[in-house]
Design a protein around this ligand. Sequence first.
Ligand SMILES: [Zn+2]
Length: 190
Amino acid sequence: MKTIALGLMLLLMIDMHAIAQETPKKYEIAEPPKCINNKGEQVEFRQHNNTRLQVAAGIANRDGQGIPFVVRVNYAFSPLEFQSFIDRHECAHHQTGDVDRPHPPRNGSEHLLNESISDCIAILRLRDEENYGEDRLKAVISAMRTDMTKIGFPKISITSRISNVENCYKRDGSPADFIEAIKIRRAQNQ
Ligand SMILES: [Zn+2]
């Protein structure tokens, strides 16, 4: 199975935890970022809405024709900053080549590491390419906490994900440097 996506996991979990809620606030949809995968291919962004699930999520994969894509699910339910974060998180799965590698066991350590790496690339891109300051970092984190709580993630998963994002935001070096370091590390481990 090729799909690498916290998004998909979220969707599956939302299905199990679906709760009826009052009409939520709707947000404007962010402009998708530039996204080129590790093979130099253009990644397409596609919208998908499922009104039953009132949480934004993303999925990274290739379609039947082999075109790499990101599905943007229910973006209108999350603030612009979090939509932008999910876009770059899913793009990172293409940039690191996760999408073309066999999927590690779900929620195993390798899977969680891939998720942390994608989160890290996402926040570095927002910092360096979109000039996100502390205020917008906080907006990302706050939406992340809200959505993960809504879905029913345990508190420990939420706090560890958030602290990873905060630590990455303080890292030296560009997102491109970080991606390069990941590729080198993975090549050494093969
Ligand atoms: Zn992911």
